[in-house]
Design a protein around this ligand. Structure first.
Ligand code: FES
Length: 146
């Protein structure tokens, strides 16, 4: 094997391994729920964040419901603190992807933190967010400002 072949094969293997691990980690981490529509918002069971048999919590849950134009990513910071973020890019409206503790736009690469603040353009404004309240083991996402 000559030097050029070695470099090409090594780079190809590295890229394949990296891509595979990213795909696996993102699939394993994402929990989807449809939630339950209520009068002014949507309810999700707080147990959606619990990782069964591990005594741990998911970083986020994605609410995907046919009645919503875009999904909502709900991040958990503590037992009493959550953020609910509308997953529509503030640049030109593409649906965002969740990448762990941040959101990324597949269209032009804008990025947002787990509270919806823009961290990387071309978007120049934050994402739409919603108030979250907790009652009887349910999170209520107030959608009145959609
Ligand atoms: S639509 Fe998201 S960065 Fe352009």
């Amino acid at each position: 094997m000559n030097r050029k072949e070695f470099i090409v094969k090594s780079c190809t293997a590295c890229i394949a391994v990296s891509a595979y691990s990213i795909i696996l980690s993102s699939c394993a981490a994402t929990k989807f729920t449809s939630g339950k529509l209520a009068k002014d918002g949507i309810l999700i069971d707080i147990n959606e964040f619990v990782i069964k048999d591990k005594d741990k919590y998911r970083l986020y849950v994605v609410v995907r419901n046919d009645k919503l134009l875009f999904p909502i990513c709900v991040y958990r910071f503590s037992d009493t603190e959550y953020s609910a973020i509308w997953m529509q890019c503030a640049h030109q409206g593409a649906e965002l992807n969740v990448a762990g503790d941040y959101l990324q736009c597949p269209a032009h690469g804008s990025e947002y933190d787990n509270r919806g603040k823009v961290t990387n353009g071309p978007a120049d404004r934050d994402l739409r967010t919603f108030p979250v309240t907790i009652s009887n083991n349910q999170l209520f996402i107030d959608l009145r400002k959609v």
